[in-house]
Design a protein. Structure first.
Length: 441
């Protein structure tokens, strides 16, 4: 049993997360794997090393690695306008201005594109095509991908940009992204328990962990599907994620048989733009990977409906770890697990500070429920949704807001927030820099 088991198992119970799986490398070798909890709440099947979890946004750096292999082959150029390579879709003009977007910008979230993330689709729901996702047309549940800030000027995380990257790869090669990822990354690295399979084939359902909400309840249908493959669609295990991390380490070191050229391996871990991933002290983006200490540490967090995970590794020492959970509160477990791993394996420069939950109390949540009028005009209804809010604006479908603190709720798939102010007596709607009061009816 892993030396970390007792600590991680206790955190699972504390934060109402049913299960976790983790793996650790040292000197580029796998030195520990561990599992705790169950695949589905109130079911006996335990999480095992081969249990599949959604990698969520860790899908992105793996996709970027596949893109870089095509750059190495001369099929793509990091700094070319992607519209020159896109044939089935084009980055649209913004008014009468046609922005130029490059693969470097897409991989570093500096392309100025919209759509932060994706809520996924319940089992049995029609899934949109990549073109429909990019255009924001039915049955897509997110807005279309557009440029609304000048490319290259600032960091703004955009899963929509990774979908554009996916479309570039498919248009240039004529092959589906799932096949490309297998051929370019997964199979060469021996990631045999990994696939961009959306929806997950029924033959693999018994291997997969079920997603759970903040209260530890199974998500209807067990999990959501993510047709935004490159951005959120990878199913995998912690051990397979570390095979990817080792490949990045070996590529940077110029090891024999490395999958990238030395020049591109340096680009991969070179800071492109300031950005923050709150786990691991990562404060810049390279190409697809968040970086700390000028690239000495690299990693990426992930969060899909009911799954939370993180990959973190060191460029030069061969150290690293991956932790995956099947609950919406899993970020608390992941952060503490990585701190425990850092202590156990003597990551001397790793901060032991962890965030403490700052969430609204049940009493505070109850006080927010009701009907309001926004800015004296538009009616909206606020209802409880797990530990968050479901807000129904007049004439609209409900929009879900998750707590980001005791007094702030952020929309799952839109750039909007609600803030509680003045000792809980005032609710404010915040969007696009505007603040609008909500008056209780």
């Amino acid at each position: 049993m892993s030396v970390l088991y007792d600590e991680i198992a206790a955190d699972l119970e504390k934060f109402q997360v049913p299960g976790a799986s983790w793996a650790v490398i040292d000197g580029g070798e796998l030195v520990d794997t561990g599992c705790a909890g169950v695949k589905q709440a109130d079911e006996p099947a335990a999480v095992v090393p081969g249990t599949l979890f959604q990698a969520c946004s860790i899908s992105k750096p793996v996709a970027v690695f596949a893109m870089l292999r095509l750059v190495d082959r001369g099929l793509l150029d990091l700094d070319e306008d992607v519209n020159r390579r896109l044939t089935s879709w084009q980055v649209p003009p913004t008014g009468d201005w046609q922005p130029v977007v490059t693969l470097r910008q897409l991989a570093s979230h500096s392309a100025g594109l919209t759509v932060h993330g994706f809520p996924g689709y319940r089992q049995g729901t029609a899934l949109p095509t990549t073109r429909q996702i990019l255009d924001g047309t039915a049955p897509t549940n997110t807005f279309g991908v557009r440029v609304d800030i000048v490319p290259g000027t600032q960091f703004r995380y955009a899963g929509g940009g990774t979908v554009v990257l996916q479309q570039v790869l498919e248009d240039v090669t004529g092959s589906p992204f799932q096949q490309l990822a297998r051929e370019l990354v997964l199979e060469p690295l021996g990631m045999s328990d990994s696939d961009y399979a959306q929806p997950l084939p029924s033959a693999l359902h018994d291997k997969a962990a079920t997603a759970h909400d903040e209260l530890g309840r199974p998500v209807p249908g067990r999990w959501h599907s993510y047709p935004e493959l490159a951005a959120a669609g990878l199913w995998t295990t912690p051990t397979d994620l570390l095979k990817f991390a080792v490949a990045v380490q070996q590529t940077y070191a110029g090891a024999e048989g490395a999958l990238l050229s030395p020049a591109l391996s340096r680009e991969l871990l070179t800071p492109q733009i300031a950005a923050t991933d709150r786990i691991g002290g990562l404060n810049h983006l390279g190409l697809g990977l968040f970086l700390g200490d000028e690239g000495v540490r690299f990693g990426h967090s992930g969060g899909n409906e009911g799954f939370r995970c993180h990959l973190l590794a060191y460029r030069d020492t061969g150290q690293g770890a991956a932790v995956m959970t099947n609950g919406d509160n899993g970020s608390w477990v992941v952060q503490r697990a990585l701190a425990a791993i850092a202590r156990a394996y003597e990551w001397d420069d790793y901060s032991q500070e962890v965030d403490e939950p700052d969430l609204p109390t049940d009493e505070a949540m109850a006080s927010l429920i009701g009907t309001y009028r926004l800015d004296g005009r538009l009616l909206l209804d606020v209802a409880r949704w797990g530990s968050g809010l479901a807000v129904t604006f007049a004439g609209q479908a409900p929009l879900r807001f998750s707590p980001s603190s005791a007094t702030r709720f952020a929309a799952v798939n839109a750039d909007t927030e609600f803030e509680v102010r003045d000792d809980g007596s005032r609710l404010v709607f915040v969007q696009g820099g505007a603040e609008l009061d909500c008056t209780r009816e």
